[in-house]
Design a protein around this ligand. Structure first.
Ligand code: ADP
Ligand code: MG
Length: 787
């Protein structure tokens, strides 16, 4: 494989997160003016004493560049991610990882914030940039795939699992590491999804993020304890070339780097803390080993993360790290340790190697072509087109020639068959036959004439070409055998895999999931812009899952209230407004586009009309010559103008489309999050309630109070209706009341909960009862808070 090398150290940047409103700023200063920018942190002497055990108060760290609190996402992309994306487009591997304690802005930087379009992070911006560049380059054929892996407690999970059935992490496909005989890492079960454009890639990103969110329960705030690796795989090939370039870009959101002491809580959390620290610790070890000269063993295998990033940390990679810093007083010590880690990373020298490999099939095609070229060259030299075999006629002619030659007693006679190796060889064979037969007539004469000398050089040429042909034939044979082997190997692995886990996709073999069903029909064809927006973002099946399905009326009610009071719903509303505005804008642009197009068509029509007129004129009046027509020229210029404006409007329109799609996905995500928060809150409330008043959750064996049906609308939720749950409540819906009477089973008695003076009738259906009770409790809580 061809290898071009680029040697450089890992680039390390720092980004300081904006301070929260109630946070006290720590003492730090940024100097971006020096040759190597630096960040200086000053710590009060006693604190420095306490935690680092030396007398230093001031710490200075060097970075490639430091982005202070006000740095925006576009600047981060341009300075940090774009150069890496460019390398990846050129065929090198690239990695960007965000390192820092929980809450320091890793996810914000890598993926982006959920509130504003301008908050989108490195991943969506990189996808946008890459697809833009690929589209511009028509000299190569590109294929793009993405994968999204989450590593939690040393287990890998495929976040792009398209089945969307996961409600906890364990439901996601488990990804395992396999190493082949060449020590290449393969990730079994990690699906590689093809993305042919930005939109498809973004959908995949959101699918992964949603799976990540769903899989995370409040008990395991996995996002802070897991690593997420979003990978963009690009392969490229020049048409007709046998060389395929493959490169990948890992965008890594690392687990929180906070130290164990801080998270040291008992039970589950402690094991988790140990694990994060372990895996980050192993990352650190790998980095230290890479930084040391003459180290032959790099301990990649110690953890899953370092194994996955093996070809993307040291050696073959353009690696960039962003040290995420929270500079408020309480986090300054963590920030210092983040900076220290960053300084070690900055010592690593990397050699980025271009990833090229030869595709044997393409090689064969290439060699065949070369053979054809050689044959053509041969034909040119000899002036004859030739097939591989001599014809019957030619053979007869040869026999005659040979015979005449053999019989000719003139010492100057020669056998001239022309510059054709096949004929020459045939003569030799013939001679051999004569010779072996001991034919006395054979007169071996040395051919000395000048003609022969000339012929010889041409024969040499021919020999050379023939030799080349032979060599190529051999190569083809070898390659064909290779191909066969490859195929067999692939078949074997596949059947092996099928045996272990049916239907799982293996990274290198790319039996990719078809995304066809999910693809949006909205490709911007020039006739359909106006419709594009109505088709909106394709509904991913997973998005409807959470909100769809059964929700008891009571929960529905509670959800409405919860939604009203939930901060995220404000974001959703904001986005809705924004979306509406964008929609209107897009509609306007769409209309404008239609208008311009009509204008262009109209102008074209005019030109044709004009041409017809002039042609007619020329027929009736031949003296009038059909030359330059200023009117037509003018029309053409007008068309050019319109086309220009069409282009500008269209590109704005396209940008808007991307933004709208992004916003829609953000909103869906917001809704999901709301739903999830609600579920958590709901079950917490239910649990609290059960603990406080266990007797209210009547078991089927004990006396069951009766409650007809749950309150239908929030009007019924006023405190009065609550306290007077009695049958005579004036607020009660008569239908509900009737229902309550008829559905009351005669064997059941109502009972009054001891804690309140009201009777809370239940249905006897334990799930519904739990819902009712939880809701009542939740309602009380809300009222208390409001009161
Ligand atoms: P981490 O992933 O490191 O745990 P997050 O990215 O989740 O941290 O950031 C924590 C919070 O701070 C989030 O609410 C995020 O939106 C916000 N945040 C982080 N960095 C920035 C920034 N540069 N600008 C605005 N908000 C930020
Ligand atoms: Mg995070």
């Amino acid at each position: 494989a061809a290898a071009a090398m680029v040697k450089e150290t890992i680039r390390v940047y720092a980004r300081v997160k904006p301070l929260g409103r109630r946070q006290q700023a720590g003492n730090y200063s940024v100097d971006n003016e020096e040759l190597l920018p630096s960040l200086e942190i000053t710590v009060p002497r006693d604190l420095a004493d306490g935690f680092i055990n030396n007398k230093r108060e001031s710490y200075k760290f060097k970075f490639q560049k430091i982005f202070d609190q006000e740095a925006k996402q576009d600047v981060i992309f341009d300075s940090i991610a774009k150069p890496v994306a460019e390398c990846v487009l050129a065929g090198y591997n690239g990695t960007i990882f965000a390192y820092g304690q929980t809450g320091s802005g890793k996810t914000f930087t890598i993926t982006g914030g959920a509130e504003r379009y301008s908050d989108r992070g490195i991943i969506p911006r990189t996808l946008s940039y890459i697809f833009d560049q690929l589209q511009k380059d028509s000299s190569k054929v590109y294929t793009t795939h993405v994968s999204y892996l989450e590593i939690y407690n040393e287990c890998g999970y495929d976040l792009l699992d398209p089945r969307h059935e996961a409600s906890k992490m364990e439901d996601l496909p488990k990804v395992t590491i396999m190493e082949d005989s060449d020590q290449n890492i393969h990730l079994k079960n990690l699906s590689l999804q093809q993305a042919t454009n930005e939109e498809e890639a973004l959908n995949l990103l959101f699918l992964g993020d949603t799976n990540r969110m769903i899989a995370e329960t409040p008990m395991n705030q996995a996002s802070s304890r897991s690593h997420c690796i979003f990978t963009i795989h690009i392969s490229s090939k020049e048409p007709g070339s046998a060389t395929i370039r493959r490169s990948k870009l890992h965008l890594v959101d690392l687990a929180g780097s906070e130290r164990v002491a801080k998270t040291g809580i008992g039970g589950q959390l402690l094991t988790e803390a140990k694990y994060i620290n372990l895996s980050l610790h192993y990352l650190e070890q790998v980095i230290i080993a890479l930084a040391e000269k003459n180290r032959s063993h790099i301990p990649y295998r110690n953890s899953m993360m370092t194994s996955v990033l093996r070809d993307s940390l040291g050696g073959n990679c353009m690696t960039t790290m962003i040290a995420m810093l929270a500079m408020d007083k309480r986090n300054i010590d963590e920030s210092i340790s983040t900076c220290r880690f960053a300084q070690r990373v900055a010592l690593i020298k990397n050699e980025a190697v271009l990833n090229e490999e030869i595709d044997p099939r393409l090689m064969i095609i290439q060699l065949k072509k070369e053979i054809q070229d050689l044959k053509d060259e041969l034909a040119l030299v000899t002036g004859k087109q030739r097939k591989s075999e001599l014809s019957q006629e030619e053979l007869l002619q040869l026999d005659e020639l040979i015979e005449t030659f053999l019989k000719d007693n003139d010492p100057d006679s020669s056998l001239d068959v022309g510059a054709d190796m096949r004929k020459i060889k045939y003569c030799f064979v013939h001679m051999k036959v004569f010779f072996l037969n001991g034919d006395e007539n054979v007169a071996g004469k040395k051919l000395l004439s000048q003609d022969i000398f000339e012929e010889k050089s041409s024969n040499e040429e021919l020999e050379k070409l023939k030799g080349l042909l032979q060599q190529r034939d051999n190569e083809i044979n070898i390659l064909v055998t290779m191909l066969k082997k490859e195929k067999k190997k692939a078949r074997d692995t596949l059947s092996q895999l099928n045996a272990t886990s049916a239907g799982s996709a293996v990274l290198e073999q790319s039996p990719f999931m078809s995304l066809e069903e999910r693809q949006s029909p909205s490709r911007c064809s020039s006739q359909k812009e106006a419709k594009v927006f109505s088709s909106s973002v394709p509904k991913l099946p997973f998005l409807s899952r959470a909100t769809g399905g059964k929700m008891s009326l009571g929960r529905q009610e509670a959800f409405e209230i919860f939604k009203r009071d939930h901060a995220d719903s404000i974001t959703i509303e904001d986005n809705k407004q924004l979306l509406k505005q964008r929609f209107d804008e897009a509609k306007c642009l769409g209309e404008k586009l239609n208008e311009v197009r009509n204008k262009i068509n109209h102008l074209k029509g005019k030109i044709i009309q004009r041409q017809i007129q002039r042609a007619a004129l020329a027929v009736s009046n031949p003296s009038e010559e059909l030359t330059f027509d200023p009117v037509e020229e003018n029309l053409r210029m007008q068309i050019e103008e319109e086309k220009k404006s069409y282009k500008t409007v269209y590109s704005r329109f396209k940008g808007l489309k991307v933004e709208i799609e992004h916003l829609q996905l953000l909103m869906e995500k917001g809704k999901m999050k709301l739903q999830k928060d609600f579920e958590v809150w709901w079950s917490e409330e239910a649990e609290k309630f059960q603990q406080e008043k266990p007797e209210m959750v009547a078991s089927p064996n004990t006396v069951n109070p009766v409650y007809p049906q749950f309150i239908r609308s929030s009007q019924h939720l006023s405190p009065i209706s609550f306290l007077d749950t009695g049958r005579d409540s004036p607020n009660e819906d008569p239908a509900v009341k009737n229902n309550s009477v008829t559905s009351a089973s005669p064997t059941l008695k109502t009972r009054t909960p001891p804690s309140s003076s009201t009777s809370i009738p239940l249905t006897g259906d334990s799930q519904a009862d739990a819902d009712i009770l939880a809701f009542i409790k939740a309602r009380q809580n809300i009222l208390q808070k409001k009161g």
